[in-house]
Each structure stands twice: as structure tokens, then as C-alpha cells.
Design a protein around this ligand. Structure first.
Ligand code: SF4
Length: 165
């Protein structure tokens, strides 16, 4: 049976893009307010949605937008579709489904390329999420952060100087 812990969609994304970032973020080391790219994401979100909706935080999932018609929207500043983003959104559906809440549709929106993708929960995605959740638990049990490794995700990461200076 799946072990229950507080996860959150962002941690799913971080585990898939960088377990070092997941560990730092989860242990309260937050530098995201210093990142211009993170601020760009916030600005995009505010420009798009502040007039019609507001951020929703339901227990441990923090969703960008839930519209009245049960539409969940996660906004990403990137210029291309990423599996980590899709699984983050899928996690919201999975989280609600586990609590008997159904009937939501989930979308991933990239305003800089004006593309929206609908994310649905399939058995394959549920299996993938269970694996990611297990990996998150393993990462968070580590006494120190995983060793940083240079990768594409480092570009613009708020922890860059923490990791490599
Ligand atoms: S700078 Fe790179 S290695 Fe360090 S937390 Fe960010 S993505 Fe991970």
C-alpha cells in the first residue's frame, strides 16, 4: 500500500527535473524569490488570470487556477512541453481522485508559446506517479542533498550559485 506523506505537485516536478532542488526546497532552503525566471512566471500568471480567478491551495496541493467549470490550469513559463510539468498536473488529478473527488479536467498552459495541453490520468501515468512518489520519499530521507549535477534545468535555477559557486 502506498505510504502517505505530504507531497505536492511542485515536488513531483522537482523530483523529475532535479532531486537536489527537491531536497533543498523541501528542507526549507528557498531562494526562488531571487530568481528572475521565477518572477517572470509569476508575472505571466498574474497577467493572465488575476482578473478572473485566484490561486487555490487545497491541503498540500497548490494549483495555479481552478475555474468554476472544474478546470485546473497550471501555467508554465517554459517554451516547450515537459513530462515533469505534465506529471505535476497529473498529480493534482491523482491527489483528488485518491480522495474520491472526480470530474476535474486538467490543463498545462505555456503562455509564451500560446499552447495548452490537456492532461488525463491513465493507468500508465498512475503507475509513473507512484514511482515518482517513491523516489521523492527516498530523496527526502537523505541526510544531505544529492550532489548537484549540471544539466539544462540549471539554467535560471534559483539554486545555481548555491550549487556551483
Ligand atoms: S542549479 Fe542545477 S543542480 Fe542545482 S538545484 Fe538547480 S537544477 Fe539542481
Amino acid at each position: 500500500m502506498e505510504k502517505k506523506m505530504r507531497i505536492g505537485g511542485l515536488k513531483v516536478n522537482y523530483q523529475l527535473t532535479c532531486s537536489t532542488r527537491l531536497w533543498l526546497f523541501s528542507n526549507g532552503i528557498s531562494l526562488e524569490h531571487t530568481s528572475p525566471l521565477v518572477n517572470l512566471g509569476k508575472t505571466l500568471h498574474e497577467e493572465l488570470f488575476n482578473k478572473e480567478t485566484k490561486d487555490i491551495i487545497y491541503d498540500e496541493i497548490a494549483v495555479d487556477v481552478i475555474k468554476k467549470d472544474r478546470k485546473i490550469i497550471e501555467v508554465k513559463r517554459g517554451k516547450q512541453y515537459r513530462e515533469a510539468d505534465a506529471l505535476q498536473v497529473a498529480y493534482y488529478l491523482h491527489y483528488l481522485e485518491e480522495r474520491g473527488i472526480r470530474g476535474f479536467r486538467a490543463f498545462l498552459y505555456y503562455p509564451r508559446i500560446r499552447k495548452e495541453f490537456e492532461i488525463t490520468l491513465t493507468d500508465e501515468i498512475r503507475r509513473r506517479l507512484r514511482q515518482v512518489i517513491q523516489n521523492i520519499e527516498e530523496t527526502l530521507e537523505l541526510p544531505i542533498p544529492p550532489e548537484p549535477k549540471r544539466k539544462r534545468a540549471c539554467n535560471g535555477c534559483a539554486y545555481f550559485y548555491f550549487c556551483f559557486s
